[in-house]
Design a protein around this ligand. Sequence first.
Ligand code: GAF
Length: 378
Amino acid sequence: MIAEDFTAAFGGAPDGVWAAPGRVNVIGEHTDYNDGFVLPMALPQGVTAAAARRPGSDVRVVSRQEPGDPVTFGLDAGPGTVTGWAAYVAGVVWSLHSAGFDLGGADLAVDGDVPAGAGLSSSAALECAVAAALSDLFGLRLGPNALARAAQRAENDFVGMPCGIMDQMASMASREGHLLFLDTRSLTTEHVPFDLAASGHALLVIDTRAPHRLVDGEYADRRQTCEKAAAALGLAALRDVPAGTLPETLSALDDETQRRRVRHVVTENERVLDVVRRLRAGDVTGVGPLLTASHASLRDDYAVTVPELDTAVEAALAAGAFGARMTGGGFGGCVIALVPAERTDPVLAAVRREFAAHGFAEPTGFVATPSPGARRLR
Ligand code: GAF
């Protein structure tokens, strides 16, 4: 399909087709830019990119979701020169080219099925599919961590979103049937088996379809508050708050907002480690309360939830979920609920009823299965 789009736009056949997934984060929210721990998994939904080298130094790209003439830019196109969806593509080209990698001209056709604006990392999927394609096309021989870093740099310095590394690592490095336990400081990973069908559970993703409000400014603000708090504590990052010292750490801070943000980050890192321990021990049900505690912390201390997210979590719990939480950056987007496998429909129906009662838009839902990371399809 994507190869046909390529041929229709540029003539000829692509040199290859690559895919990279969106993600859902099971736990470890707003910890990545604090050098902490995260536990995401890749979704079956993602972006495919058909690509070929072309003579010269221009890159041309078309998107099935944004029909129209190809967007064309040079290898040296810098931040601000390409905007909209194509900025994620141009950003990756810029990131690799300006880091000294020897790229040439290229044609790309992209297609994606990650719901946009739902906080499921459609942008990281696009960046990572393009990064994987360019690495292979030009023989860069970059591994998943280096490609994820290049994609993150595209988002930070070209698109202008100061995100951490979680989404790009989840897209590049995930493994089918597993969660990706990632130390965002060292980029050390462990693939934690997550076979929910075997244990009679399911992970329900509920897209609240709440409009994102003030996302960029609020995200940057949270990040800056954490960095200021770390500096005030004399630490490189909040990751470095020593275990078991939360009360002393909080009382060393003068600012109540900083105290709340720090409490979230420190306790969230502990919850990630606790979830990993439970999964290794086969205690899937025991993960539920940790998800719910994460949501409460994101609501009360980190202040990144909105009424739709809180309502979805409460309705899912009332309908029999073992645990539920918002996932991703917040201010809209999705909730995940860990449910008994046979309760996925009733839980989603309960959330829908509650949303109707509140006058919210009708939410959508799907059961997430841990899927492979970025790869070449042909
Ligand atoms: C967004 C960011 F892109 C991630 O880096 C991460 O910080 C997340 O919000 C919150 O955990 O998805």
